[in-house]
Design a protein around this ligand. Sequence first.
Ligand code: PAF
Length: 284
Amino acid sequence: MKVIRDPQKLGRLIKEVKRKGKSVGFVPTMGALHAGHLSLIKEARKENDFVAASIFVNPAQFGPAEDLKKYPRPLKNDLLLCRKQKVDLVFLPDQQAMYPQGFVTYVNVEELSNRLCGLSRPGHFRGVATVVAKLLNLIGPDRLYLGQKDAQQAIIVQRMVKDLNFPVKLRVLPTVRQEGGLALSSRNVYLNASQKPQATVLFKALSLARSLIDQGQTNAERIIRRMKELIARKKEARIDYVAIVDLEKLNPVKKIDQDCLICLAVKIGKTRLIDNLVITHEKN
Ligand code: PAF
């Protein structure tokens, strides 16, 4: 496995891989790898001749009051995990390599970036879109792998890929959960022993929504109200949002009579967690 820090060196290696006609799968990460990331890498390994991953804690997607400094960086273990999964290349740039002095060009996927998580994290998706665009330009993969847990991110990247004609196929893979349903996230390490069980309330609220829909409930507002009531019972839970939106524009839906995304962000203590569920509406 090659570990490359320099974008120019990366360019030379990728050129060589392409010259040999190999397909390239790419898994962008911010490190602190868990089973969710590994599921992306495993799929990339299955579907491509060459697998590239990146580890870069992207400052552009963190707000000034967010956890950039304390974001976990267990690099040695991350590289070990990549090696185990037979990743061919890990791109490990530093901030200077990605955002050299004078950097002023950003990618903003309008409308989609100002909703849901974008409301409480202004600038977050601009940072995500910018770094993903840069990484796509540097690596030029055939396939890009993202997790469904970050549903809004995946929808925004999909839109950027389409709007800016990136020649890549986006593969969005299912959320990996631990016991109790908590979606795996690098931020779960912030939860203490009493917060961990409370954090399963996100999945419980989604499961409640699922069962209400299965029982015939189609009124989005009522479903959201029941979800909020359930979450409010947890001592340290503070709701950022609970929403039911369409999958293309992320606009709120009133009635569950189309494919939609049920999504939520909840703070457990100081840790902000997100989760979601896609509802596919069967057309008769
Ligand atoms: O999902 C993440 O870990 C990040 O947002 C990504 C896609 C690696 C961009 O920094």
